[in-house]
Write a protein that binds this ligand. Structure first.
Ligand SMILES: NC(=O)c1ccc[n+]([C@@H]2O[C@H](COP(=O)([O-])OP(=O)(O)OC[C@H]3O[C@@H](n4cnc5c(N)ncnc54)[C@H](OP(=O)(O)O)[C@@H]3O)[C@@H](O)[C@H]2O)c1
Length: 246
């Protein structure tokens, strides 16, 4: 990994360290991360997304995973990509983050790779489904921690979840998509840093997923404004780092 990428990771670590010293914080430090095409797509219209980013960028993303306490994705990313959500560094070392899945209806299949137990990390499913106790029992047998959302919101209530993760001592959270999940975090202003990995490929298609889905903001005034903090070339890709605020 080149010096500029390593220096960005060192800076991120410093931000995390000072954030974790803040005794009043009610949530983890939140990083959004996605790999997108030059035309702003994170998958093709058929859902193919492996891999938009080049190998050096993927290594960088594993460095991000290594540095965060938790990694979070939505159920549709699990269903489309069947990810492990583990850290796989070139040197073979690396800390696995706790894996958090937002799955309101508890429809995750029991054979998903993300459910394979790991000695150093928990798999946590946040759900609203307290029915289907057989599924819950099967998941618990696999060592999965179930967080039952007691709120009346339609999907998983993110403020409640952030408090719950805080209680589980998850002080930094890497949100790796998809776009529906990112939109929820952005709408609630629940993020500190964004790592957009832009690759030299054009995917096109009105039905191809973008990094931020949902309805979006109605006006530019309401839109979430960020400040560019850093940018650098990594292999064939460009990494853009943004922070909240102007
Ligand atoms: N290139 C990349 O970096 C990258 C990374 C990740 C994913 N992807 C691609 O993105 C696509 C999946 O993205 P997606 O937007 O369809 O789905 P998603 O964001 O992965 O998952 C969305 C689902 O999460 C559940 N959910 C629970 N609580 C939520 C909340 N508070 N806010 C939002 N969602 C909540 C909802 O399903 P329930 O109501 O059933 O719970 C919702 O439909 C796939 O094609 C994947 O390949 C690309």
């Amino acid at each position: 990994m080149d010096a500029i990428a390593l220096s960005e990771l060192t800076q991120l670590q410093q931000v995390m360290d000072s954030f974790s010293l803040d005794k009043n914080r009610q949530r983890p430090l939140i990083t959004l991360s996605f790999g997108m095409s030059l035309d702003g797509k994170i998958a093709t219209y058929t859902g193919d997304s492996k891999y938009i980013s080049g190998p050096v960028t993927r290594e960088f993303v594993h460095e991000l995973r290594h540095r965060h306490d938790g990694i979070l994705v939505g159920i549709r990313t699990i269903e489309a990509d069947h990810p492990f959500l583990t850290t796989r560094l070139k040197e073979g070392q690396g800390k696995n983050p706790h894996r958090i899945i937002l799955d309101s209806q508890l429809r995750i299949e029991l054979n998903e790779p993300v459910l394979q137990p790991k000695p150093d990390s928990k798999t946590i499913i946040a759900t609203k489904a307290n029915h289907g106790s057989r599924k819950i029992e099967a998941l618990k047998k696999l060592g999965v921690t179930i967080l039952l959302d007691p709120t009346t919101s339609e999907n998983i209530d993110l403020p409640w979840l952030m408090l719950s993760l805080n209680k589980l001592k998850i002080q930094s959270l890497l949100v790796e998509g998809g776009g529906t999940i990112h939109e929820s975090f952005i709408k609630l202003d629940l993020f500190d840093r964004i790592y957009a990995q832009i690759s030299p490929i054009l995917i096109g298609g009105k039905d191809a997923k973008t990094p931020v889905e949902g309805l979006g903001f109605a006006t530019l005034k309401e839109a979430s404004h960020v400040a560019f903090h850093n940018h650098f070339i990594l292999g064939s890709d460009i990494i853009v780092v943004a922070k909240k605020g102007r």
